[in-house]
Design a protein around this ligand. Structure first.
Ligand SMILES: [Zn+2]
Length: 199
């Protein structure tokens, strides 16, 4: 499989464009999205997109925005994506069940669903769940499409961290936190998201 063979759900573009528009305004958002993807804000994708397009958009934001704004936009996009998933993709019954279960069990139900749907968000990345000794359950992505080709001093996959955190805080426990503890953009072996149930 080549690096460009992976495809990702359109939310990575749609919700990033929405978050960008909310923070930098229509004109600047339009310029950034068209420049990176060739699509205008009025012609955003409705089907799976090439992961290379998502990667170009993330890299364009990293290049154009200061680091705090870059993080704020991608975290907002991740939250919006989680809201979309809860409104349209995660069955109501499963959501009610998670609300009734203790957090550790609710997390298991949620992760089972996430692992069945890695094809919707991971593109050509390999996704695994690990529990490193003494550390919380961790979702790992190798060959992450978001930060591919980037070199940064700090973890940079805020979209994934925020999507996961918003799902966990809403469906599992409000105390949950998701932290990217390793990132391929900083030279890490994988992008790793620690899923903590208590702060
Ligand atoms: Zn990363």
């Amino acid at each position: 499989m080549t690096a460009s063979a992976g495809r990702i759900g359109p939310n990575a573009i749609i919700q990033t464009a929405a978050a960008l528009r909310a923070r930098v305004g229509e004109v600047h958002a339009q310029a950034l999205v068209v420049g990176a993807t060739g699509r205008g804000l009025g012609a955003l994708p409705t089907e799976m997109v090439d992961e290379a397009e998502v990667n170009r958009l993330v890299r364009a934001l990293a290049h154009d925005l200061d680091p705090a704004l870059f993080e704020a936009v991608l975290r907002d996009a991740g939250r919006r994506t989680a809201d979309y998933l809860m409104a349209h993709r995660i069955p109501r019954l499963a959501q009610r069940l998670m609300g009734l279960l203790p957090p550790a069990l609710a997390l298991r139900v949620l992760l089972a669903g996430i692992m069945r749907h890695t094809w919707t968000f991971a593109g050509s990345a390999a996704v695994t769940l690990r529990r490193p000794r003494g550390a919380p359950l961790t979702l790992e992505m190798r060959h992450c499409p978001m930060c591919r080709g980037m070199r940064t001093g700090t973890a940079t996959c805020h979209f994934y961290a925020a999507t996961l955190e918003h799902l966990l805080t809403t469906l599992v426990t409000p105390a949950a936190r998701v932290v990217e503890t390793s990132c391929e953009a900083t030279g890490g072996p994988a992008c790793a998201f620690a899923l903590r149930l208590r702060g």
